[in-house]
Design a binder for this molecule. Sequence first.
Ligand code: NAP
Ligand code: ZN
Length: 346
Amino acid sequence: MRVNAYAAPAAGQPLAPTTIERREVGARDVLIDIEYAGICHSDIHTVNGDWGPQPFPLVPGHEIVGRVTEVGSEVTRHQVGDRVGVGCMVNSCGECDRCTSGDEQYCVQGMVGTYGATDRDGTTTQGGYSTHVVVDADYVLSIPESLDAAAATPLLCAGITTYSPLKHWNAGPGKKVAVVGLGGLGHMAVQIAHAMGAEVTVLSQSLKKQEDGLRLGADHYFATSDPDTFEALAESFDLVINTVSARIDVSAYLGLLDVNGALVNVGAPAEPLDVNVFALLSNRRSFSGSMIGGIAETQEMLDFCAEHGIASEVEVISADQVNEAYERVLASDVRYRFVIDASTLD
Ligand code: NAP
Ligand code: ZN
């Protein structure tokens, strides 16, 4: 099936309209009529070649929400008409210890990414900036009907990428959590950590978004451009989630951790980050990372967000505005996620 899409023709080139082929709906697949596709900073890193060579032309997009329009003969989990979502992963081996324990994102054979990856049939996966997608039903999530479709779309990456480490590192009552960077991931981290019961602090470059941060559930808000911030908050957090898409001074942020505290990096800048080991030795701190979350955990996150009335704050755009949106994300001028209205691709 030939469908409309927006693709990057080569590294660093503006995206342009194109058509791509979607596979026939197999026995275990669902066909999704895409309603919205979110723009994650990872799409921009990928297209710009920050993470190495990619198979171009490439259709980005790993925050996808739409309606099921066809299901394969063996599919029981989803039905025609259901509102569903697809995140960063469309397949994995399903058999290794990691897959069977719900960590498909760390599959021993490597998860199959939603775009730019080699699918099990040998073709290259293409993402959500498109009108339709065919995905193995086991990697398709149910979107609770109480969530607005556009606002739920960023949960498929920004939501799970922050929910998973917040849960793993026990964010909750009595815990002090700092979120570095109030962008797509950051604004979800603040809402989720607050809903989990933690005391939440935003560490942003400036105080420009302070009102938003406090409205989203933060208890405190500091500008990292102010050197006093690092003194005032020294040794005060149990958990710091770094969502910044660029290099930061990791050692300075480690200094904000209390005994046994953890700095968890979810931001994925092109360049390596330096660590002063003494910032780790002191207070028995750890420096860790986390990549998205498993399928069952993603469903748990969606249900958690529905229960707590949490979603993303989105700016819905038409597909022809995608290049402009990329520029604005790069300039930290996003409140707080761009979401493409896929009907503008018809
Ligand atoms: P985003 O919306 O652009 O947010 C990033 C935020 O970081 C910005 O809003 C800005 O917040 C801050 N920032 C940007 N440049 C900065 C700089 N030079 N110095 C200090 N702060 C800066 O991006 P996103 O979509 O949330 O993604 C964030 C990062 O996470 C990206 O690297 C992305 O690839 C990565 N990511 C990782 C995973 C994973 O599985 N680990 C999943 C998705 C995304 P302030 O204006 O508040 O300072
Ligand atoms: Zn993403």
